[in-house]
Write a protein that binds this ligand. Structure first.
Ligand SMILES: C[S@@+](CC[C@H](N)C(=O)[O-])C[C@H]1O[C@@H](n2cnc3c(N)ncnc32)[C@H](O)[C@@H]1O
Length: 200
């Protein structure tokens, strides 16, 4: 079994339950930041069960999402149907996703992955000049908390690494914050996160 099929199976198992494991509401930071922007085209990599994609569609955004989990897509489509929206949701990976489209915004919400630097470089290429990346993910300090997230340090975010990944951006605000998470059963309790808003 390859590394990526192992990842997919693990996520499919988690998503097989009826419950939306991160809830049906969008991530709070993503919600706040998106509402400051004029709707256009948005890309949501590693979108999971669709909470952020459906919120964006309801706000008038033209949404493209992808995730490597088949179960994630199935549940995202159910959520979209519940509110009468259609989203372009593809089964794909950071490694293989490609498009000729250029996006106004990219939302990276808990999109933890092993090839961070390479994937961030690739995603930046899909962003229009002046486009915005909104990111929230667990910080390295999250290893001290039990409110969710990967347990391996290389999958956790650091402010310095993100600064370096997006150093060519015209504006970059990145910080670590301790917050109280309440996103389903898997992001629950006090947590240390990194938040970023970057303009290309
Ligand atoms: C913590 S969940 C976050 C889901 C969603 N962004 C949210 O906030 O609700 C991480 C997601 O990354 C996806 N994933 C993991 N590795 C991936 C990869 N290499 N390419 C695409 N998706 C991946 C998983 O299937 C999972 O849905």
């Amino acid at each position: 079994m390859t590394q990526s099929s192992k990842v997919t199976n693990t996520w499919d198992e988690r998503y097989a339950q009826d419950e939306y494991v991160y809830g049906k509401q969008p991530n709070e930071f993503f919600r706040q930041q998106l509402q400051t922007l004029r709707p256009g085209k948005i890309l949501l990599p590693a979108e999971g069960e669709g909470r952020n994609a459906v919120f964006a569609a309801l706000q008038g955004w033209d949404v493209v999402a992808f995730d490597s989990s088949v179960e994630a897509k199935r549940k995202a489509n159910v959520l979209a149907q519940e509110v009468g929206k259609i989203i372009d949701y593809q089964i794909n990976s950071f490694e293989n996703f490609n498009t000729d489209e250029q996006f106004d915004t990219i939302g990276l919400v808990y999109a933890h992955n092993l090839n961070r630097q390479e994937n961030h470089r690739k995603l930046s290429g899909f962003l229009k000049k002046g486009g915005v990346i909104i990111l929230e993910g667990f910080s390295r300090e999250q290893l001290n908390y039990n409110s969710g997230g990967p347990k391996s340090i290389e999958m956790l975010f650091s402010v310095d690494e993100l600064k370096s990944d997006f150093e060519s951006f015209s504006s970059l605000n990145i910080w670590t914050e301790e917050i109280e998470l309440s996103e389903g059963n898997y992001h629950l309790g006090k947590a240390s996160v990194v938040r970023m808003v970057g303009v290309k």
